[in-house]
Write a protein that binds this ligand. Structure first.
Ligand code: CS2
Length: 494
């Protein structure tokens, strides 16, 4: 078996787009934490396109990837074996495929192999940007209180073991301490996660951690660092062995770092008018705007919350693929009604953007069978996603006179249904969720679980005290318990 690497990549010169990553001996200026598929299909791809336009000038915008999770370790090993090259395959709805060979990620470091290397790279004066895809839950911020979880065990560990950090915040603090001691320049800290005000949330989390770590570093970061907010978008399912087999069959090479995604790409970054020390990504289709919040609201409210609805209802109807679920007539219509009546009315308008059209495009993207995304991926981590994807829409709806929250309440009930079933099938063995322990406790008592579930405020805020919402939720729960979910949805639809 031949593996993809610098040498073998040449065989693909006629069948793939090779994006020139520039010379590897140039010192790079970006450190990225969280090297999953999404980073490789999105930020690394956009930077590869930019560098390819003028390698000489832009190769400094190559990335040092950092993995902190145990399961990143394999990827780091494969990546190093492949001379830092990987393929991105994009597949459009009409089956048009493109394969890119990307070498923007100059090197990858893993916390368990190279603690000091990561700290040094953050401290290195040539590093200008640190970017993040650490998932919605990775910021350890309780959204009901807008508060960093300072009591988290790993955070406490990092506060007490400064040279041996475990968390992203411990690494940042250690790196920034060294950077400050060396008289280093301030950094741009760029979150690329699906959170409204992702930069603000990153800032809150980091400053809260530094408050307990070293107030001088905190002051420096608070007054001089920038934390741009952004909206990121490209559906990127988890790469399967089958994807790798297909790639190998077609190209005769094994790529263990392969990523497969849709062809759609969007990245909107809130940038001040002058932005030195930031790659001119607007040359390759990235939008720089003054206010990104309306774009984030649109994407999180329509696409991500839509995913949650389609994933949970799809699962309830027995589908395990998003494209099959969304094409079910009932789900197709309910998704439209949800966006039309509950989401769009509370969105902030954006010049030149038609939300209905945006929605139609999103629904078509979901229906792309080539992406083969799973309901399981979408449902995983709902505890961290719900407060960012769905809750803001509900909270805004509840402030209106004629609030429309039927389908949002149904989403919560469907999530209850999913967890309840997982509880009774396998004691939640297959549930991937940061609050699994909490849910195990709640669902042990089946009769009260629906009330206790909604009363969990770190996820649902005050929803259980709001009669209007609570009664809709209870209607949906009753329909689920009495096995008449289909009929109940019909009453919403017609
Ligand atoms: C998804 C996102 O995880 C989820 O629930 O909604 O990963 C989604 O695919 C991306 O945000 C698309 O940009």
């Amino acid at each position: 078996m031949n593996t993809l690497n610098k040498e073998t990549a040449k065989q693909l010169a006629s069948s793939a787009t090779i994006l020139n990553g520039g010379a590897l001996d140039v010192e790079n200026q970006i450190v990225h934490i969280g090297i999953g598929g999404f980073h490789r299909s999105h930020q690394a791809f956009a930077l590869a396109k930019l560098i390819n336009t003028d390698p000489e000038q832009y190769q400094k915008w190559q990335i040092t990837g950092v993995g902190l999770m145990p399961n990143d370790l394999k990827l780091v090993e494969h990546f190093n074996q492949q001379d830092h090259i990987y393929a991105l395959r994009t597949i459009a709805y009409d089956k048009k495929e493109k394969t890119y060979l990307i070498s923007t990620i100059k090197d990858m470091l893993h916390s368990s192999l190279n603690t000091q290397g990561i700290i040094d790279k953050i401290a290195n004066p040539n590093t200008k940007i640190i970017s993040f895809t650490i998932t919605e839950g990775g910021y350890l911020v309780d959204f009901d209180k807008n508060q960093f979880q300072i009591d988290n065990v790993d955070i406490q560990y990092d506060l007490q073991h400064r040279g041996r950090p475990r968390t992203v915040f411990g690494f940042l603090a250690a790196g920034l301490a060294a950077r400050m001691a060396q008289g280093g320049t301030p950094l741009i800290m760029m979150s690329c996660d699906n959170i409204l005000g992702n930069g603000d949330v990153l800032r809150l989390a980091l400053l809260s951690f530094l408050e307990a770590y070293d107030t001088q570093i905190r002051e420096w970061v608070a007054s001089e660092f920038t934390f741009p907010n952004s909206m990121v978008d490209r559906i990127t399912p988890i790469t399967t062995e089958k994807d790798k087999d297909n790639f190998e069959e077609q190209y005769g090479l094994r790529d263990n770092c392969l990523v497969v995604s849709e062809d759609f790409f969007q990245w909107v970054i809130e940038m001040p008018a002058s932005h030195d020390d930031f790659p001119p990504l607007d040359q390759v289709g990235v939008q720089f705007v003054q206010h990104v919040a309306p774009y984030e609201g649109m994407k999180l409210g329509i696409l991500n919350a839509g995913h949650t609805l389609v994933g949970l209802l799809g699962d309830a109807f027995g589908y395990d693929r998003i494209h099959d679920a969304v094409q079910d007539r009932t789900i197709w219509k309910l998704f439209e009604l949800f966006v039309d009546k509950e989401v769009i009315p509370v969105l902030e308008p954006i010049d030149g953007v038609d939300f209905k059209q945006y929605f139609e495009q999103v629904r078509t993207r979901f229906a792309n069978p080539m992406i083969n995304d799973s309901t399981a991926r979408i449902i995983s981590g709902t505890s961290d996603k719900f407060p960012k994807f769905v809750l803001p829409t509900i909270q805004k709806q509840l402030k209106r006179n004629d609030s429309r929250i039927d389908i949002s309440a149904l989403i919560v009930a469907l999530w209850w249904k999913y967890l309840n079933k997982q509880m009774w099938d396998d004691n939640m063995a297959y549930v991937q969720d940061s609050l699994k322990e909490e849910w195990l406790r709640v669902f042990q008592d089946e009769l009260d679980s629906a009330d206790d579930f909604l009363a969990y405020s770190p996820v649902f805020g005050e929803l259980s005290d709001i009669t209007n919402f609570n009664s809709k939720y209870k209607d949906a729960i009753a329909a689920i318990r009495e096995n008449r979910l289909g009929q109940y949805i019909d009453t919403i639809l017609f």
